[in-house]
Design a binder for this molecule. Sequence first.
Ligand code: AMP
Length: 290
Amino acid sequence: MSQTVQSTESQPVILRSAHEVRHWVDRERQQGHRIALVPTMGALHNGHMALVQQGLQQADSVIVSIFVNPTQFGANEDFSTYPRTEKEDLQKLYDAGANAVFLPATQEMYPDNFVTAISIGGISERLEGAHRPGHFDGVATIVCKLLLQVTPDVALFGEKDYQQLQIIKRLVSDLNINTDITGVPIVRDEQGLALSSRNAYLNDAQYNIAIALNKTLFAMAEKINAGEDIQTVKDRSTALLEKAGFDSLDYLEICDAETLCSVIKKTGQSLRILAAVHLGKTRLIDNVSI
Ligand code: AMP
């Protein structure tokens, strides 16, 4: 078994196995602590840190998992090149006051005989699901494992991955998992670009194109709020995005904020605009509320 680094006043405990996590959770519970879980794939930035900060407000102890989950990457996606910055991540979590970091090896999460998968119908099939077959099965399976390993009182997910957040809410409700799911608003840079570990792939010229995504979505929200016809706004904005310099547009949809079904008329329900584009080797996603 790997060595568990003991927490000092502010140093997070480093855990590498489900067994070590269970032991840490037991001790936290003995002290009457409420536990928050923040699942991540590392390469931490201020978006992730907003989740940690929110966790610290909602619980006594925050555990952050860092695991680049192979089952949520498609065959032609960036699993092998996904940024891995463990040393810097640990420093950020130390500075933020996280209490524990779970850093499992792939073999720990997916031992040789592993065959189980969690699949969530309906909502998983649209948008990202339609363009990344199997992606949400991988997400749901790993998140379910983490929720069962940690049994947190609350788990925090970013609205950056808005569809993922809705799917996790469905998972927790359907399987009676006793964890509150908190969504945290998107953290953006000064140009409005949603922070993402994958933004590291963008060069300067691509960055200038990338910011057109958030600007288009915010402009759409403004127009729809002002009463403009949804289909017209969508058609014009699709044309704008196609001219902005992206290599391709996977989707641009105006959806019911909970079910993520496409909407063509505003009837008083909460709406969300969601989009995914390709730019060089980077795939960008973003969303805004209406
Ligand atoms: P990832 O490491 O990309 O799997 O993300 C881990 C968590 O951080 C997910 O719940 C993401 O939605 C969230 N997250 C990533 N980027 C942002 C951001 N810019 N703002 C808010 N949450 C984010």
